[in-house]
Design a binder for this molecule. Structure first.
Ligand SMILES: Cc1cc2nc3c(=O)[nH]c(=O)nc-3n(C[C@H](O)[C@H](O)[C@H](O)COP(=O)(O)OP(=O)(O)OC[C@H]3O[C@@H](n4cnc5c(N)ncnc54)[C@H](O)[C@@H]3O)c2cc1C
Length: 469
């Protein structure tokens, strides 16, 4: 049993401008069109258009290192995928260089909501139809493995990142969805059951202080984490393992050379035996084959200013992570210190600015928790996740390049898990094998990396959600 996506749980969908506004800390104190406060701002005076997590773990200032001329392994992208691949190869004795076009961890890995699920979106029946029962079973199991992997990785590595088996309340936005959830829970495939309990609407307030849902399901093993601290813990270990991290160094071209590759960057090039592409929602012209297969979609999120403790205790009595059955999903949780709510989702058809998405997310938040109408936004930010045409993550080797990506908005656990596996594959280790190996990675005619179909697809699914509700 898997919960739908964090952005959209559906077919093709996004354009690629980077979210604007980061680096600017202040936005105008009054936003045109805000419906919730008549004469006041929805934003705190010192609102940041940057991730909440960066307050506690700023992007690291690393010593300036000149990129080497050679390496055994070049990893492109320094999120969870890239760092976990690098950790394996560096510990496996390979001279490893990690490049990022921006700061270390600038992408989704330090922007996400910190909700960890079993990640695989298609259900068992769909997977069986596509790949047969045996492969379907192994794929569902990989989702469960990824959740378990985070818990053991954090424990074994001793990473202090507020990792907690918080449990997820997944709210039904219609009575029909509640019935459907019940059927799915009752018919989980043998041997693949996950701990899940139906919560009827009459008991919902035990889980969440709202009547906005028609009941829901509790996935008791889903977890929460501080994504920034998790990323920092990974980075510290990668550096300790002897890898070199070079921020602000975009890979600009990859060519074959001898039995290996030459990775070009603005300051020169690196000759490497192996290359791992770990660019997920930021995959660009560097790797055209991959770019045609991942669909970058903006996901938007806000954090609130501190909320009184009694209010938080009423709204989030069990401190769960929360999502819902909409196709265009809203996801939220309390901050690790229990003071703020982090509320995310997709609030526009086209990509937009965190100044615009912030008030819209706020409006959705107070639809669920009306008493938060006067609580302001302290942070508003966004990032690009990578969807795929089959709603599956993909891992493999193309033209000699290793890659893992396409987590469809659910990579907080899966990205590190598959990064680890792809790193093991580079080392030729059999534990690197995954149930995703060798699966077809489809594209569509006329898709080159700019998702012209996103706006109509989002509009359609939002309309369907509204009609259903
Ligand atoms: C707002 C938001 C909320 C989310 N919430 C959740 C959640 O609660 N739970 C969940 O499971 N998932 C969530 N996700 C998704 C999750 O964060 C991602 O799936 C995961 O972090 C992907 O990790 P990654 O390492 O593959 O990619 P990223 O962390 O995005 O890293 C990719 C990196 O590649 C770099 N790069 C790109 N091109 C180049 C180049 N040419 N040269 C060098 N570097 C390059 C980029 O600069 C970037 O730093 C969320 C995402 C967002 C944006």
């Amino acid at each position: 049993m898997e919960v739908p996506g964090f952005v959209l749980a559906a077919e093709p969908l996004p354009p690629t401008p980077l979210p604007q506004g980061e680096g600017e800390n202040i936005v105008p104190t009054r936003i045109e069109g805000c419906r919730n406060f008549m004469n006041d701002s929805l934003f705190t005076e010192d609102v940041k258009l940057a991730p909440y997590w960066w307050d506690h773990v700023p992007r690291p200032s690393l010593p300036v290192v000149a990129p080497p001329a050679t390496a055994d392994v070049v990893v492109i992208g320094s999120g969870y995928t890239g760092l976990c691949a690098a950790l394996q190869t560096a510990r496996g004795g390979r001279a490893t260089v990690v490049l990022d076009a921006e700061d270390a961890g600038w992408g989704c890995s330090t922007r996400n909501g910190g909700q960890i699920s079993t990640s695989v979106k298609p259900d068992f029946a769909t997977l069986t139809h596509r790949f047969g029962a045996d492969r379907a079973r192994r794929i569902i199991k990989e989702g469960q493995n990824s959740l378990a992997w985070v818990a053991s990785f954090v424990a074994e590595e001793g990473i202090d990142c507020d990792f907690r088996i918080a449990g997820r309340f997944h709210g039904a936005h219609t009575p029909a969805q509640y019935e459907a959830l019940g059927r799915r829970i009752a018919t989980q495939p043998n041997g693949l059951e996950v701990e899940a309990h139906m919560v009827p609407r009459t008991e919902q307030r035990r889980e969440l202080g709202t009547d906005a849902y028609f009941g829901g399901v509790l996935f008791s093993q889903h977890a929460s984490v501080d994504p920034g601290r998790l990323h920092q813990g990974m980075l510290d270990r990668v550096l300790a393992a002897g890898a070199t991290m070079i921020p602000h160094c975009a890979a600009t071209a990859i060519g074959r050379e001898g039995g290996g590759f030459r990775v070009e960057h603005a300051g020169g090039s690196i000759a490497a035996r192996n290359v791992v592409v770990a660019t997920n929602g930021y995959t660009g012209a560097l790797t055209p084959w991959l770019r045609r297969r991942v669909i970058p979609i903006g996901s938007y999120i806000i954090a609130t200013e501190p909320i009184p403790r009694e209010t938080m205790a009423r709204l989030m009595p069990r401190d769960r992570v929360v999502s819902d059955t909409r196709k265009v999903v809203y996801y939220y949780r309390a901050s690790p210190d229990g003071q703020s709510i982090l509320f995310g989702g997709r609030v526009s058809h086209d990509e937009t600015d965190p100044k615009v998405s912030g008030p819209r997310l706020h409006a959705e938040m107070i639809r669920i928790f009306p008493e938060l109408a006067r609580v302001r936004i302290s942070h508003s930010w966004a990032g690009f996740v990578a969807y795929t045409f089959d709603e599956m993550m993909h891992v493999g080797v193309q033209d000699g390049l290793y890659y893992a990506m396409g987590y469809c908005g659910s990579g907080a656990g899966m990205a590190g898990y598959l990064g680890t596996r792809i790193g093991q594959q580079v080392l030729g280790r059999k534990e690197g094998t995954t149930a995703f190996d060798g699966l077809p990675f489809a594209t569509r005619p006329y898709y080159w990396g700019t998702p012209w179909f996103l706006a109509p697809a989002v509009a359609y699914y939002r309309w369907r959600d509204r009609m259903a509700a």
